[in-house]
Design a protein around this ligand. Structure first.
Ligand code: PHE
Length: 347
């Protein structure tokens, strides 16, 4: 094997062994670079005479061409290897199921509240919302529940570390009943001085708060207040409206309702409303769904109205309870834990 043949084979071995493009380029420099071995050989031609130069030059150029061919072959090999590894790294498994865009859904309690609103709207009730942080007057005093009266302890109220303009602690409203006062006062003010006043008919759903927590009580829960004030709105109307609501809400006539005597400072007489389904898993069990009564004259006065002329009823019901009954949920707290495994069942 002559020296040129050895040179070519050495180059082929080195190029083949190069593990990366950078190392291949280093190997190339050793042969074809400015002081590479081929270049040195070509420089050596200067010392030969014309004839020998021609013959030797041709041989060297041939060897050089073979080295360049080997270089190109190795470059291709490395490029292919790189492509193959890239393809493997970014491989797509086209047999995997596609990722769907998640669709949201209304929370079961929100659905229940919308349902309540729609049923009462169909009976001519307005829908109103009010603040969750209330003054002492709105939550209690205006509702015939004076300071230091024992009835205040019926509600385990959360207080806010801020005082209102009368120097009393603000509270997280323990019921939606302040909305009776807010809505009726705005209504009375709007028609002050007018010859006649349209009836007040409103439902006011929203969040309410009490220091209470077990399977059927959450410190944050919902209520929906109802109020109907006219010139001659009586307990009979309360019974009709509420039973009609229950019929529509549960889409059944197959239940009994009872108005159980009770006490609220803001109504007289007062009643808890219980229902019992006649069939199904809850058949025969009385379930409390609302507090209610004819609005107390003192409260009508605080609406800015004359109790000799304007009378009617109010009720406060628990949408959370209604949602539990409608969907068969046994622990109220599940509604507020934000567990998607629970919530997505209602989509
Ligand atoms: N506010 C009462 C409660 O939270 C319910 C109620 C509302 C009772 C309206 C009578 C009239 O228990």
């Amino acid at each position: 094997m002559n020296d040129l043949e050895q040179l070519v084979q050495g180059a082929v071995v080195e190029f083949d062994a190069a593990p990366s493009p950078a190392e291949l380029e280093n190997a190339k420099a050793r042969y074809l670079g400015r002081s590479g071995r081929v270049t040195e050989l070509l420089k050596g031609l200067a010392a030969l005479d014309a004839q020998a130069k021609k013959a030797r030059g041709a041989e060297i150029n041939q060897a050089k061409a073979r080295i360049e061919a080997a270089l190109n072959a190795s470059r291709e090999r490395l490029a292919e290897a790189e492509l193959a590894s890239q393809l493997q790294a970014e491989a797509l498994d086209v047999t995997l199921p596609g990722r769907r865009r998640g669709t949201g859904g209304l929370h079961p309690v929100s659905r229940t509240i919308e349902r309540i609103e729609a049923i009462f709207a169909s009976m001519g009730f307005d829908v109103a919302e009010g603040p969750e942080i209330e003054t002492d007057w709105m939550s209690f005093t205006a509702l015939n529940n004076p300071e230091n009266h024992p009835a205040r302890s019926m509600q385990d109220t959360f207080y806010v570390d801020v005082k209102d303009s009368e120097g009393r602690w603000l509270n997280l409203r323990p019921h939606t009943s302040p909305m009776q006062v807010r809505y009726a006062r705005a209504h009375a003010a709007k028609y002050a001085g007018a010859a006649t006043m349209p009836e007040i008919r409103v439902v006011a759903p929203g969040r309410t708060y009490r220091v209470d927590s077990d399977a059927t009580h959450s410190p944050m829960f919902h209520q929906c207040e109802g109020l109907w004030i006219g010139e001659n709105v009586s307990f009979k109307d309360l019974k009709f409206v509420f039973i009609e609501f229950i019929r529509q809400f549960f889409e059944t006539d197959d239940f009994d309702a009872r108005f159980r005597p009770s006490f609220f400072p803001f109504t007289e007489p007062s009643a808890e409303i219980d229902i019992a389904f006649r069939s199904g898993p809850l058949a025969g069990r009385w379930l409390e769904v609302a507090g209610s009564g004819q609005v107390h004259p003192n409260v009508v006065r605080n609406y800015g109205l004359d109790p000799e002329r304007h009378i009617g009823f109010a009720f406060g019901m628990g949408p959370d309870r209604l949602a539990m009954l409608r969907y068969g949920v046994s622990d109220l707290r599940q509604f507020f834990e934000g567990d998607l495994r629970f919530l997505t069942q209602f989509k």
